[in-house]
Structure formats: C-alpha cells, structure tokens
Design a protein around this ligand. Structure first.
Ligand SMILES: [Zn+2]
Length: 101
C-alpha cells in the first residue's frame, strides 16, 4: 500500500473526494486481490486495549469503565497502551463513497 496525493486519489476515483482524508492505492496499481478495491482511505478509531482487558464471549470479566464517546471498554492499563486502557487504531480501509440520493 502506498499513500497518494489527493490529486492522484481523485484521478483513481474519477471524481472529487473529501480532501480532509488521506488516501492510498495498491503498490502495483491493480485492484486488491482480496477486496477488488483500488482506492483506500485512512480509517482511525479507538478500541479497548487487549493487553489489559479480559473478556469472555465478548463480555468483560470484572468491572471496567466504559467510554461512551468511543463506545468501548477501558482496560486497567498496561505498558502496551501507555496505561490508558485504550488504543488508537489506524488502518487503510477500502474507500467507499456514500451513496448519493
Ligand atoms: Zn493496555
């Protein structure tokens, strides 16, 4: 995956894009084998740190604080997350334009 400029991204998409976002395309410029996508945008979100949060079948074991803003539980804190109990995740995701109309 390589990051591209907004101009390159717009030429890949063939239309105007949200300039506040970051875009990338595949290294060889061909659609991704798994998803068939050619244009990706950087997605970021916050999730519970797996290093200091124990759960079973998706339910927390013990009493953890819940972060309503990010919709995730807050772990006890460990070196992995800098003792915040949460982790900021950043990942290239297939860029899907909102459907118009
Ligand atoms: Zn942690």
């Amino acid at each position: 995956m390589r990051q591209i400029t907004i101009e390159e991204a717009e030429s890949v998409a063939g239309k105007r894009l949200d300039r506040r976002r970051k875009y990338a395309t595949t290294d060889d410029g061909k659609p991704d084998d798994c998803t068939g996508h050619l244009l990706f945008s950087l997605g970021s979100w916050t999730e519970t740190c797996t290093g200091c949060f124990e759960s079973e079948d998706g339910y927390p074991i013990g009493a953890y604080a819940h972060d309503p803003k990010h919709g995730c539980y807050v772990g006890d804190g460990c070196p992995e997350c800098g003792y915040t109990g949460k982790r900021r995740m950043v990942m290239w995701l297939p860029h899907i334009e909102p459907v118009e109309g």
